[in-house]
Ligand binder design. Structure first.
Ligand code: 2PG
Ligand code: MG
Length: 474
């Protein structure tokens, strides 16, 4: 098409005249800027290019990054990746070629974006998130996104969401709120990892994370301050007891001293909390990640110990009693994956005791069918949502709704392999999800999320609501 034909087709002469008239009417001090902004609004809203590349995540393992272009600019997103992966979650496509990145390369997923997804999405309106996500699901044609890779699909989905927000000229969290039909924005309570164990660290602590929840803070900013101060007090406590080498950290930034039991870890955290003076304002949460040490129907709390006799296995009932005692002795308000992912019976029994929030991570795997079953059987009362286990923004919005309809709590979670992408921070606020788990208040890829929440709180100003005491309601 010639330039003249293009001008005629898009009625550009009239649009330019309108822009000039609008500038005159507005008595603008800078007509050129005014006219160019006015003209930008008449540019058609569409995806013009989608380009993926392989980058490394916080563990040094490849992941997919996507640059999605529209007439408004370039929008970037990257897929996180976790250690636990199960048969019910969306499939992360890896090359499997042992000679390159030990089989962890994602060049196939990258190619799928550059050759297949990009072709399907070019020309689409970036504000139409569900249509974009559906186009990728249709292109993939498998139940678990195994053809194109959930890592490829998710990175594009998040980049498109950012582009949609830019198109509407609103912050990402507001765009997500509109997409989900949510009108109450809120700042989540952060679950800060203080101690790392389980498969996150080389110590003998059986559970994966011991976290603190600053429920008594008045704003998110204060919550972050409480988390940071407690983290640094804990560093001093550990350093005194175990030496400075006890202050090395696990995958998500929690300290990993050579402790052997949950109580030893909880005592350290309790001492650190005592030093802050915040005591009542800070509660404790644990991710037990019990699937990791379930052997048959028993649980081996000594599974990491070199002196493990193999005789000290606990039954599901024993574990329930252990949790009861821990909740009585420490300010524990939330326990994630207290049992193996297939141990529905004990999960049900424990959850029905109503002692604390019971979060389903491996139990649910962010899988709709498993969430529906858990709601029906009351096997837990909170969802841990990992966006890459489901694979698109639209489906993430849907399962959060499912959990909220069941009056569950919702925790939007990091993965152990993270990037500097802060998408989940905006997702939490936009969906008014009341809990975020993004690791320690330390290390760049974790702070990317917490720092973004600071910015959102500032942006919301007087309208900002920190969930505080209402942290269990989503
Ligand atoms: C978890 C997650 C996040 P991963 O178990 O809650 O911390 O771990 O990403 O390693 O599966
Ligand atoms: Mg977990």
């Amino acid at each position: 098409m010639s330039v003249q034909e293009y001008l005629d087709k898009h009625a550009l002469s009239r649009k330019i005249e309108d822009a000039v008239n609008a500038a005159v009417r507005a008595k603008t001090p800078d007509p050129v800027l005014f006219i160019s902004n006015h003209m930008k609004k008449s540019v058609p809203s569409m995806i013009t290019k989608v380009k993926a590349r392989q980058i490394l995540d916080s563990r040094g393992i490849p992941t997919v990054e996507v640059d999605l272009y529209t007439n408004k600019g370039m929008f970037r997103a990257s897929a996180p990746s976790g250690a636990s992966s199960g048969m019910y979650e969306a499939i992360e496509l890896r090359d499997g070629d042992k000679g390159t990145y030990l089989g962890n390369g994602v060049s196939r997923a990258v190619r799928n974006v550059n050759e297949k997804i990009s072709e399907a999405l070019i020309g689409m309106d970036p504000t139409l998130q569900s249509q974009i996500d559906q186009a990728m699901i249709d292109l993939d044609r498998t139940e678990k996104k195994g053809e194109l890779g959930a890592n490829a699909i998710l990175a594009v989905s998040m980049a498109a969401c950012k582009a949609g927000a830019a198109e509407k000229e609103v912050p990402l969290y507001k765009h997500i709120a509109v997409l989900s039909g949510n009108t109450n924005l809120s700042l989540p309570i952060p679950a800060f990892t203080l101690l790392s164990g389980g498969k996150y660290a080389g110590n003998f602590l059986p559970v994966k994370q011991i976290m603190i929840l600053p429920i008594g803070a008045r704003q998110f900013e204060e919550a972050l301050q409480m988390g940071s101060e407690t983290y640094h007090h804990l560093k001093a406590v550990i350093s005194k007891k175990y030496g400075t080498d006890g202050c090395s950290v696990g995958e998500d930034g929690g300290f990993a001293p050579s402790i052997t039991s949950i109580r030893e870890g909880l005592d350290l955290v309790k001492e650190a909390i005592g030093r802050t003076g915040y005591s009542e304002k800070l509660k404790i949460a644990i991710d037990v990640d019990a699937t990791e040490f379930c052997i048959g129907t028993k649980y081996d709390l000594d599974f990491k110990s070199p002196n493990n006799s193999g005789q000290n296995f606990k039954s599901g009932e024993d574990m329930i009693n252990i949790y009861k005692d821990l909740c009585a002795d420490y300010p524990i308000v939330s326990i994630e994956d207290p049992f193996d992912k297939e141990d529905w019976e004990h999960a049900k029994h424990f959850s029905n005791l109503g002692i604390c929030q019971v979060v389903g991570d491996d139990l649910l795997m962010s899988n709709t069918k498993r969430i529906e079953r858990a709601v029906q059987e009351s096997a837990c009362n909170a969802l841990l949502l990992k966006v890459n286990q489901i694979g698109t923004v639209t489906e993430a919005i849907e399962i959060v709704k499912l959990a909220k309809d069941a009056h569950w709590g919702v925790v939007i979670s990091q993965r152990s392999g993270e990037t500097e992408d802060a998408f989940i921070a905006d997702l939490c606020v936009g969906l008014a999800v009341s809990q975020i788990k993004a690791g320690a208040p330390c290390r760049g890829e974790r702070l990317a999320k917490y720092n973004q929440l600071l910015r959102i709180e500032e942006d919301l100003g007087d309208q900002a609501v920190y969930v505080g005491d209402d942290w269990r309601l989503s």
